[in-house]
Each structure stands twice: as C-alpha cells, then as structure tokens.
Design a protein around this ligand. Structure first.
Ligand code: XMP
Length: 497
C-alpha cells in the first residue's frame, strides 16, 4: 500500500516546490518610528553611477515613454526610458530633445540675418516659436539682437525695412562659463530677456533666455547630468550594439538591455558586448532569479527584475513561466546587494504601496508602465468610450507593438504573417489621469508614508529596517476598502485596478 501512494505522486520530488510571493501576499510590518513621511528622503541609485532624487522610472514602452514623458520624468527627479520601437536616427533625435530641454545655454539658436526684412524675421520667429533672435553676420559674429518689441512699430510703418535698421546693436553677451545666477543678473541690470553666448572672437555659440533660467529653477529635484542637462534612459535590444553606441554618442545616461528573458546565454553575451562598447551605464534585464543575477552581476551596472508581472503581460499564461514579483526582487537583490549593484523592480505595480513593498524586498528603484500610461505626457491621444476618457496602453509583446517594432524582446524571429505572431502581451486602454506630476505626487507621497510606518528616513535604511508579514486572502480583503459604496474617487485608489 505504501508503495502505491508513492506511485500516486504524493511524494514526488517534482512537487516539492518552493513558495513564491507577490505584492498582495505581504504587508510591511509597522514599527516604532521617528520619521514623518514628508521628511523621508527617497533619493536612490538607478545604476552604479546614476543617482535620482525620486526612485521611479517610466517603462520603455511605445505607449508610455517618448521624449515628452522622459523630459517630465527627469524634471520631477525620476528617469524616463525611451522605448525602442523607433529607428536609430529617431531615437537619437529623441535623446537630444531630452538633453536639450532644460539646458541653460541653448545651442540650437534661431538667428536673424541683417539683410532680411523685418516682415521675414517676424514670420520666421513666429514659425520657430521664439520671441527674439540674435542677428549674426555670415561669419557667425554677433551684430545685434532683435525682439518682438523692436519689430512691432516696423510692422505698422516699415515692414520691408532691413533687420539692421530695427535691431538693437549694443548687445549684452556672456561667455561659455556664464552661470544661471550671472545670466539673471545681466538680464536684471540691462532689462533684457536673452543673452547671447559668444567665444573670444564674438562668434555666437549659444543663448541664455530668462524663460530657460526660470524653468530650471522650478525643478529643484530634477535628475541632471554633470553638465546640468536632464538625464535620459534608453532601451536597446541585446543584439543591437549599433543602437547602443548611437545612444551613447547622443549622451544617453543609462542604456537598458531590454529583453523578456535576459538569463539566456546569447543575451548575456550581447549585453557584455554592449557594455564594452559604451561609456553610459548598462542595466541588464529582465531577470527573476538568484542564478540569473549571479550570471550577470559581474558586468552589469544595474539589474532589472520582472518576468511576467506587468499589467499587460501574458507571458506567464502563454509560456507557463514566470516568478511572482516580490520573490523575484528579493532573490535578485540578495546577490546584487553584495556587489553594490542597484536593482530595479519592473512591472506589476498598481498602487504606491506596491512600489514601496518592492523597495522593501530589495529594489533600489521601481519601473512602471500602466501607472503612467493615462497621463498627458504618455504618447497617443485621449479617446472617449461611453463618455469616459482613456489612452491606449499596450504590451510591447502584443501583436500591434511587435508589428511596429522588432519582436526580438521575446527572442522570436519575425514571422511572415500576422497570424504567426505568438504574443506575450495585450492591447488595452487606461483611464485618462491628467498630468504626470500629479500621478508622481501620489506615488511618491504613498511611498514616503510607507517609510514613515517603518521608521526609516532613507531608502537604504528602509531596505535594512523593513520586514514583511504574510497576508491571508481574508487579510487582503480587509486591506482594500470594504463594505462600503465609494462615493468620491480618491486620487490614489480605485478598487480592483
Ligand atoms: P506595468 O504593470 O507597470 O508593467 O504595466 C510594465 C512592464 O511590463 C513589461 N512588459 C511586458 N511584459 N509582455 C510582457 O510579458 C508584454 O507585452 C509587455 N510589455 C511590457 C515591461 O517590463 C514593462 O516595463
């Protein structure tokens, strides 16, 4: 009889399986605290050399991160990771757009020629969206400066006059070394709004504007590089060394090797080659186990975790493979912490509580797609269904996304027909949520509350001090709003999301 039950499979070694947990399975154990949430410092490292004031990244997805999102993410202190469903030259333009966005010295200066008519210059300034322009000779020397105020009377009585007549020819200029403070002082002293930057020979090299200086001051937490430009991340395929080199030359700060399963020999080899070819930090992902971390941690500047937790992912049901996210993060972090390599938890975060649980499990930063897909800054337009506003959100492994890019994130060959795609994601929509700034405010505020409950003032201290308790399904129900009918929507909670 004993032998029979053995044969029934009851004692099969194959079924002696470890438990793996995800966000809803755990809660942070409250602890004695001397930390007020608003005082919690959320700055962190996203890769060996790149520090952020806010531990949040926007996902490299074509319905989440293009330059507009990346600019706003960096201004708010996080990092946007540009997706890779675009040609390399478009990607380079996008990176440059982010890098230029808050530059103190504008390099792409709209200039006027002294021989142009006032009418021509007025039309040109309108077209280029500027309200003034330095006037330069053929050799690039600054001869004057012209603004809307100079032009206005001429438009009434002398619009065919030449710019040389209308311009101000006593120009206040600055050198390349000018600081924001000095530029503002010059503007204040001379009652001007723009200061051309020149070299020793008075050749124009850039322009500082009042609007530019004030804009920079507004974003005190922004993620900036050594030159004060906004930080920018970019996704590349594991076999796309050329794309990675182009991104590096365009001054991207972090290159993300973007693959659904990075614990693959060819992917690791490709990632190593890319790491050797670029100066930027290289984050490798996605992985979800201790063994994967061990095989990658020696050369990567960061590890990204997530095998199938994403809201639009179907990897786990399509392939039968995956790792619940809290366990995945904890396993990778066990290895990464020993090497001081930052860990990014990517996917599955629905609430701010999930984000701070990811940090407690060992992540240094979190990456989100669905949370940001409904914002103004995400690509795509607002659509209305039954009177409610939405924005499109689709998995990068969905048929639609694979068709408009390279499906090699999933290590599959390009099929001949649409029916032959084996997708690992769906195409969906997210309720429209307004500005990224207000979404981030809720997300970061909730994470800081978590740090307050645990009593940790910094991210490293929180990782150390936080402990989980395991939650039953009754406990999960208790966690959500229950036994009530919600009458007013909260800005950071919608049930069953
Ligand atoms: P959330 O939950 O924030 O997840 O929307 C975003 C992350 O999901 C991953 N991703 C996918 N995973 N199939 C997958 O299995 C897909 O089609 C897909 N598209 C994105 C990706 O890591 C992203 O950051």
């Amino acid at each position: 009889m004993a032998n029979d039950s053995h044969r029934d499979g009851q004692f099969s070694e194959k079924l002696r399986v470890p438990e793996a947990l995800t966000f809803d399975d755990v809660l942070l154990r409250p602890k004695e605290s001397h930390v007020e949430p608003d005082d919690a410092d959320v700055s962190t490292y996203v890769s060996r050399n790149v520090e952020l004031n806010v531990p949040i990244l926007s996902a490299a997805m074509d319905t989440v991160t293009e330059s507009r999102m990346a600019i706003e993410m960096a201004r708010q202190g996080g990092l946007g990771v540009l997706h890779r469903n675009m040609d390399v030259d478009v990607m380079v333009d996008e990176i440059e757009e982010v890098k230029r966005a808050d530059e103190l010295i504008i390099r792409d200066v709209v200039t006027a020629n002294p021989d142009q008519t006032v009418r021509e210059v007025d039309a040109m300034m309108e077209r280029r969206g500027v309200s003034g322009a330095p006037v330069t000779g053929d050799d690039g020397r600054v001869l004057g400066i012209i603004s809307g105020t100079d032009i206005r009377p001429y438009l009434e009585v002398g619009e065919s006059d030449e710019v040389r007549e209308a311009m101000t020819d006593e120009v206040i200029t600055a050198s390349e070394e000018v600081t924001a403070r000095e530029a503002l002082e010059l503007m204040y002293e001379h009652k001007i709004e723009r200061v051309p930057v020149v070299d020793d020979g008075n050749h124009l090299t850039g322009l500082v504007t009042m609007q530019g200086v004030l804009q920079r001051r507004e974003y005190t937490d922004a993620a900036r590089d050594e030159d004060g430009r906004l930080r920018c991340g970019v996704a590349v395929g594991p076999f796309e060394t050329d794309r990675a080199v182009a991104a590096d030359e365009a001054d991207a700060d972090v290159v993300f090797i973007d693959c659904a399963h990075a614990h693959n020999r060819n992917v690791i080899e490709g990632a190593r080659e890319i790491k050797e070819s670029v100066d930027a930090d290289v984050v490798v992902g996605n992985i979800g186990t201790r063994e994967a971390a061990e095989d990658i941690v020696d050369f990567a500047d960061g590890l990204k975790v997530g095998i199938g937790p994403g809201s639009i992912c179907t990897t786990r049901v399509v392939s039968g493979s995956g790792m619940p996210q809290i366990t995945a993060i904890a396993q990778v972090a066990d290895v990464a912490n020993e090497y001081d390599v930052p860990v990014i938890a990517d996917g599955g975060i629905r609430y701010s509580g999930d984000a701070i649980k990811a940090i407690a499990a060992g992540a240094d930063a979190v990456m989100l797609g669905s949370y940001f897909a409904g914002t103004d800054e995400a690509p795509g337009r607002v659509i209305t269904i039954d009177g409610k506003k939405y924005k499109q959100y689709r998995g990068m492994g969905s048929v639609g996304a694979m068709k408009s890019g390279d499906g090699d994130r999933y290590l599959k060959d390009e099929p001949d027909t649409e029916e032959e795609y084996v997708p690992e994601g769906v195409e969906a929509a997210k309720p429209y949520t307004g500005t990224l700034e207000s979404e981030l405010h809720q997300l970061v505020g909730g994470m800081q509350s978590g740090m307050g409950y645990v009593g940790a003032e910094t991210i490293p201290a929180f990782k150390e001090r936080s402990e989980f308790v395991r939650v039953s399904s009754a406990g999960q129900q208790e966690s959500h709003a229950h036994d009530v009918m919600i009458t007013d929507e909260a800005p950071n909670y919608s049930p069953g999301e």
